[in-house]
Write a protein that binds this ligand. Sequence first.
Ligand SMILES: NC(=O)c1ccc[n+]([C@@H]2O[C@H](COP(=O)([O-])OP(=O)(O)OC[C@H]3O[C@@H](n4cnc5c(N)ncnc54)[C@H](OP(=O)(O)O)[C@@H]3O)[C@@H](O)[C@H]2O)c1
Length: 242
Amino acid sequence: MTKNILVTGVSQGLGLAIARAVLAQGWTVSGVSRRLSAEYTALQREHGPRARFHAFDLSRTDDVKSELFDKYLPFELPLHGYVNNAAVAYDDIVTNLDAARLRAMYEVNVFAPMMVTKYAIRHMLFNRLAGSIVHISSISVHTGYKGLAMYASTKGALEAFSKNTAREWGERGIRSNCAVAGFMDTAMSGKLTEEQRQWIYNRTALKQVTKLDSVAATTVHLLGEGAASITGQNIFVDSGTI
Ligand SMILES: NC(=O)c1ccc[n+]([C@@H]2O[C@H](COP(=O)([O-])OP(=O)(O)OC[C@H]3O[C@@H](n4cnc5c(N)ncnc54)[C@H](OP(=O)(O)O)[C@@H]3O)[C@@H](O)[C@H]2O)c1
């Protein structure tokens, strides 16, 4: 069955890999990020109308309904899945915490996905679809890393939100899960030195970076019928971080 999947943060990194994997299933991506990147434009050239795009700044949480749903994802366009991938990382040690930067991060990483989930579920209910929601979380919630306390707290909030959403909407067939990613090679982790990377990889069983394609494939699995009995779970894709 063909599906329409809302994926946020498609301009680069993991979101781009997820968009590619969703398109490879023959499904449609309704992509969102602030910027239409050259890489996503190339996907549009390859897949035509199945690679949809809408430029939107997710920190505008008050406009989620009017801008994202009323204009881009009206009820007439069925929505089968939502991948909450877009996020920002404000890294620093706790004693340097800046409240304005913390609020800005929560706006994108937590408040926006909660608002999008609200309207995505209403959309699925309206069209009587057993939709699937996948939040991209981070291994930092479970292991802890110096400098990631604020960022990890946003992902911890999502994990709690996902589990409770699963409990609340399971009766209507709507599922919610988290793909808990380990360290991946993207712009977000680009500031790490080689030494820091090696130190992080040494904390994994596989002694290697987490592959974008592995997280993307897991996300696609969670969106599909093969995961029909999986909900309220955190699926770790982290090279076996210990
Ligand atoms: N990289 C890692 O090691 C790692 C590890 C664990 C989990 N994760 C998680 O994996 C996901 C993807 O991260 P990544 O590494 O691929 O990061 P990335 O390369 O920095 O990409 C982030 C994406 O989010 C979009 N975005 C950021 N702010 C936005 C806003 N205000 N409105 C709309 N879109 C926005 C960006 O697009 P625009 O700039 O064009 O808006 C971009 O497409 C995130 O949830 C991240 O927390 C990453």
